[in-house]
Structures are given as C-alpha cells and as structure tokens.
Design a protein around this ligand. Sequence first.
Ligand code: HEC
Ligand code: HEC
Length: 245
Amino acid sequence: MKKYFLFVLSAAVLIGVSSCSKNNETADLKNDKNSAGDIVAKGKELFYTSSKLTGLKCADCHSDGTNKENLNTKYFADVIGADKRQTVFAGTITGDEVKNTGAGSSVCWETFVKMGRPITTEEIQAFNAYFGSLSKGESNVMKHTTIALPKPDKAKLKEDQNRIAALTPDIKNGERIFKETCNFCHGGTTVKRVPSLFEDFEGNLKSIVYHIRIGAKFMPFYPYEIISDQDIADISEYILKNQKK
Ligand code: HEC
Ligand code: HEC
C-alpha cells in the first residue's frame, strides 16, 4: 500500500515537473527568438557609449574585432567570447562570477569608464550576449600577471621600481608605446580629467612605475605581459626627457 502510494506520488511529481519544464522551455525559446537580436544590439550600443564624466567608452580600451585601428586596444584584453572564459581579470574573477559580472564589465564600468550610476543586471546580460555573438567558439583566455589585483602589492612594487631604475632606457621605444597607449588619455582632449605629464609634472621614475603597475583613479594598470620592465624604463625616459621647463 505504502509502496503503491509512493509510486503514484513520484509519477505525479515526474509528470508535473516534465510538463512544467516543457512549458517553460517553449516560453524561453519564444523569448529568445524575440529578444536575442535586441539584447546583442543593446550590448553593442553600451560598448560604444561614452561616459559623460570621463569621455571614456569600453571600445576605447577593448577590441571587439572591428576597432583595432585604435592602437590603445592592443594593450587590453579583447572581448571576443569573454563571457565563456573560465577566468578573467588576471585570474581574480572565476566560475559563476564571470557571467555575473559580464566577464568583468561591471568592474570596468565602475573603475575605468565611470558611467556615474551602478550597472544593471540587464546591462550585464547585454554585455554577455554581445561578447558571445562575436565569438566563433575559439578559446582565447588572457593569462595576465599583475600586482594591482586583488590588492596592490606594495612590496613587489618596490622591487619593480629598483629593477627598472637599473635598466638602460631606449627612448624611441618609450615614445612609440607612449603614443600608442598613454597619449590616448594624457595627450588628447577626448578623455577628460587627466593630468598632463609634460607640464607641471612633479613625478619621477618611481611614480611612473607606480601608475603603470597599479593604476590610479580611472587610469588602468598594465600587466607584465603587456608592458615589460624595459618598456617602463623606456616610457619613463621619454616622459622625463620631454618636460617643458
Ligand atoms: C581605461 C581602459 C578600460 C576601459 C575604458 C574599460 N576597460 Fe575593461 N579592462 C581594463 C583592464 C585594465 C582590464 C584587466 C586587464 C585585462 O584584461 O586587459 C579589463 C578587463 C576587462 C574584461 C576581462 C578581459 C579578460 O579576459 O580578462 C572585460 C570583459 C572588460 N574589461 C570589459 C569592459 C567593458 C564592457 C567596458 C565598458 C563598460 C570596459 N571594459 C572598459 C581596462 C578598461
Ligand atoms: C584611461 C586613461 C589613462 C591612460 C590610458 C593612462 N593614464 Fe596615466 N593617468 C590617468 C589619470 C586619470 C590620472 C590621474 C590619477 C590621479 O589623479 O590619481 C593619471 C595619472 C598618471 C600619472 C601621475 C601624474 C601626476 O601628475 O602625478 C602618471 C605618471 C601617469 N598617469 C602615467 C601614464 C603612463 C606612462 C601611461 C601609459 C603607459 C598612462 N598614464 C596611461 C589616466 C590614464
């Protein structure tokens, strides 16, 4: 008797669950068909929207495969298929957090772009959808090493500063890198609220190393694989030798 009851109960539950999930599936499919294109378009629109506060947009730093002529994008990870990476942001965001943050988009929204309001769940989903739409299934995990994350490593910074001070700089290479990336913020007028590095600059080699390796306000940090110690020595020479007195 008891057995029979259990059997009926579980059969009923099974039927209930399967019919219920079937209904949901068809509803989801319908939804997907209507909104898949819209949500990708929304993600793309956000990717190209400039912040009123800084003038920066995602596409200023990251490539979606179509904006590579902006050499600044060479210095940051591309976003093609970023929603499917196991880990982003130099290993500090992993697992479910990749999807929940739009592969780190929420961090950039707050830290670098400064959109002036919190990102919404819909916007995170739109970024995921856009990044997914750009990918043909290739896996391109960025394995960057940085001392900026998870929190600034000041002891390592000191070692970096000493190592870099001992190198012989190549000013031409420094000028090239400066013009490709630093100048995007420090040289133009598109990005607002950025100090000049050639007039009234009171820094030195140490402060340049600090800013490149750790970042400051909305200035991004640069991992070791992107800008090497030698590159920093070269950029520093270019900045310090071009001071307007
Ligand atoms: C000033 C430059 C800058 C801007 C603007 C910027 N980011 Fe980022 N972004 C970074 C840096 C630095 C990292 C971490 C290092 C790396 O991955 O290149 C990063 C990482 C990411 C990653 C993870 C890549 C990976 O595989 O590690 C994604 C995705 C991303 N940003 C999306 C966005 C989106 C979306 C926006 C616009 C809301 C945006 N970013 C704006 C600098 C920027
Ligand atoms: C996305 C824009 C952006 C990019 C790209 C950028 N910076 Fe900056 N940088 C800033 C901002 C904003 C500040 C001001 C930070 C603050 O006030 O704390 C700054 C500050 C600095 C300072 C300190 C200036 C001072 O007066 O003390 C140095 C040095 C510096 N950046 C060097 C660089 C170098 C070198 C590069 C290229 C490798 C670079 N920056 C790329 C935005 C940027």
